[in-house]
Design a protein around this ligand. Structure first.
Ligand code: AP5
Length: 191
């Protein structure tokens, strides 16, 4: 199964991807996690990305393409993948399509998790209190949502044109959302 998860900040991409990974035994590739690891390890990538992430902006496309290309070249991806956080604009979507074509591992389904903006703000505020992620402050979250609307939301249209977009309601419990996603994947004969 080869899927891309799309959705606003706080829509539940990471949470749902972790459960899909367990259930289907395929790797969960989160560019947010890869970048936060690089920041924590103070690698050159982390040093470059930290200030950008802390403003809620996007790390440059060429940097992200190198990162995702390197990850997708690993052998575990042959069994499938769940991409979370990439692609985040149309240019990344086109670059990804090319890389996956070269690997002969095209996206089979793009799942857009749709959640009301107020709920997203509520979830992130809760996480901010619990985990203190440096980009979860109110001002940065507002910017992340603006960047999402302007740059990332059009990516859903890209996959719709390719005939592989599924929209899922991301409200309700974590288990309810997971059930909807698996139902959609099974209906599409992907699971
Ligand atoms: P990234 O880590 O991808 O952040 P994001 O897209 O803003 O997503 P979040 O992690 O905030 O939310 P999520 O949808 O995964 O929700 P989650 O499951 O955590 O990116 C961070 C930054 O890295 C970017 O701003 C950018 O700077 C950079 N970056 C990353 N990728 C990039 C790229 N491709 N190009 C350029 N730059 C890039 O859930 C949120 C909270 O809600 C959690 O606490 C969770 O427990 C809770 N929750 C989830 N589901 C439910 C539910 N159903 N009910 C109640 N609570 C729930």
């Amino acid at each position: 199964m080869r899927i891309v998860l799309l959705g606003a900040p706080g829509s539940g991409k990471g949470t749902q991807a972790a459960l899909l990974k367990e259930h289907y035994s395929i790797p969960h590739i989160s560019t947010g996690v890869l970048l936060r690891e690089a920041v924590a390890n103070a690698t050159p990538l982390g040093q470059q990305a930290k200030a950008i992430m802390d403003r809620g902006e996007l790390v440059p496309d060429d940097v992200m393409l190198n990162l995702i290309r390197e990850r997708l070249a690993q052998s575990d991806v042959a069994s499938g993948y769940i991409l979370d956080g990439y692609p985040r604009n149309l240019s990344q979507a086109e670059a990804l399509e090319q890389v996956l074509k070269e690997l002969d591992l095209p996206v089979e389904e793009a799942v857009l998790i749709e959640v009301d903006a107020d709920m997203v703000v509520e979830r992130i505020a809760k996480r901010a209190a619990e985990e203190g992620r440096s980009d979860d402050t109110e001002e940065v979250v507002r910017n992340r949502m603006r960047v999402y609307e302007e740059q990332t939301a059009p990516v859903a249209g890209f996959y719709a044109e390719h005939g592989v977009l599924t929209r899922i309601l991301g409200e309700g419990t974590i288990d309810e959302v997971q059930h909807r996603i698996r139902g959609a994947l099974e209906q599409g004969n992907l699971a």
